[in-house]
Design a protein around this ligand. Structure first.
Ligand code: SF4
Ligand code: SF4
Length: 132
């Protein structure tokens, strides 16, 4: 019987300690500058090196970006003289390889990052439509 009482007392003291530990943490952070941001109410402060959505200009159509894309996210559609580039944002890992290795410096990455969509197909976009 006494043993059961000891166990219960230990559990109660553990619980009280846990509550005070929690309160201590809350008060410690209460007056500190918040590290989180109230997105989407407030726009996040993105790092200048942030890699978001792509844009394409003066493309030579060499297809090198397709080869260096580790996610196989870029596809090309050729119709006679018309060349269209598509990027699957659902596959892209935003590594920046396509920008880094483009011999014509045609590809850029912008701060655009809001691509959420419920339809997977909607994530496959023609690159020129991804203007930031
Ligand atoms: S974006 Fe650059 S690497 Fe890709 S096809 Fe155009 S010129 Fe070539
Ligand atoms: S950023 Fe990386 S993963 Fe995305 S399209 Fe370019 S090379 Fe592919």
């Amino acid at each position: 019987m006494a043993k059961n009482g000891d166990i219960m007392l230990k559990q109660i003291s553990k619980s009280i300690k846990a509550v005070f530990d929690g309160l201590r943490t809350v008060f410690k952070h209460l007056f500190q500058k918040a590290v989180t941001e109230e997105y989407p109410e407030k726009r996040p402060n993105l790092n200048k090196n942030f890699r978001g959505g792509h844009i394409l200009h003066n493309c030579r159509g060499c297809g090198y970006c397709i080869q260096v894309c580790p996610a196989r996210a870029i596809t090309i559609e050729r119709k006679e003289s018309d060349v269209k580039y598509f990027i699957d944002i659902g596959k892209c890992i935003f590594c920046g390889n396509c920008v880094y290795y483009c011999p014509a410096k045609s590809m850029e990455m912008t701060p655009k990052f809001e691509f959420a969509n419920t339809e997977k197909e909607q994530l496959i976009v023609e690159i020129k439509n991804l203007k930031g």
